[in-house]
Design a protein around this ligand. Structure first.
Ligand code: NAD
Length: 234
């Protein structure tokens, strides 16, 4: 696997944070923390009932601050530190567990719980407190902050950078993602069309599992450290 591999792009999803105690998305019933996606994770939901949406994200933001990175996050941070080629972690996750495990180059394509976006001045501010009381934007003072989360129907962040990294990559690895949410779910097909090697690490086969050269099934806290060990030569 390591032969002729220099540049790696790793896509992570909710499954890598599951063993840290953060619920995945498509669990039983397709609910997310007991809510229908349409009620909390769309711009229409925010327009219809901002208090419900802000309360939902305030709870999620508070909850992730209580969680800790697990062995999978730690292993990826180690790989980033010791890998001599380039390595980019693209995450669909809105928690900060990659960063708290020590990873430095993490691209949050679906936004971040610990960021608030002012829709008046378009400035993003680091944010840990609730948004429900509509606090003023630190930059312009407008009470127009919203969660800096890419909702369904909105454009994911930094797609140009992601595709540029995919073009340069020798290996694309997908960890803990169901392959249900596009455009991230399409990265494996893009990587294959570009002639890249592809590997999936997931608890169960994802929707696009058949597209990967190799698929390893099991918990991320076991699969990821083992794979990182292989990449770093034991
Ligand atoms: P998903 O919930 O749709 O799929 C999770 C995948 O992880 C499943 O395929 C499941 O089999 C796998 N999985 C579960 N436990 C695992 C484990 N211990 N080890 C390895 N794999 C495991 O997640 P997704 O594909 O990331 O898409 C969901 C969307 O929801 C994303 O857009 C994301 O922004 C958001 N989300 C984020 C978080 C977070 O930030 N931690 C949590 C929930 C949802």
């Amino acid at each position: 696997m390591t032969d002729a591999i220099r540049n790696i792009v790793i896509l992570t999803g909710a499954g890598i944070s599951a063993e840290s105690g953060i619920d995945t998305f498509r669990g039983a019933g397709g609910l997310w923390e007991n809510h229908r996606v349409e009620d909390v994770a769309t711009p229409e939901a925010f327009a219809r009932d901002p208090s419900l949406v802000l309360r939902f994200y305030d709870q999620r933001r508070a909850a992730i601050q209580e969680k800790l990175p697990n062995a999978a996050h730690v292993a990826l941070a180690r790989l980033e530190a010791e890998w001599t080629g380039s390595l980019l972690i693209v995450t669909q996750n809105v928690d900060d567990l990659h960063e708290r495990a020590g990873a430095g180059r993490v691209l949050h394509m679906h936004g971040e719980h610990l960021s608030a976006w002012c829709t008046s001045c378009d400035i993003r501010s680091r944010w840990r407190a609730p948004l429900l009381g509509r606090p003023p934007c630190p930059a312009c003072g407008a009470r127009s902050l919203r969660p800096d989360i890419v909702w369904f129907g909105e454009m994911p962040y930094r797609m140009g950078e992601i595709y540029a990294a995919l073009r340069e990559a020798d290996l694309f690895v997908s960890i803990g993602t169901s392959g249900a949410v596009y455009p991230a779910a399409g990265f494996v097909r893009d990587a294959r069309e570009l002639g890249k090697r592809t590997l999936e690490l997931n608890l169960e086969p994802s929707q696009g599992s058949f597209l990967f050269h190799e698929s390893r099934l099991g918990p991320a806290s076991e699969l990821v450290p083992a794979w990182v060990g292989e990449m770093l030569g034991g």
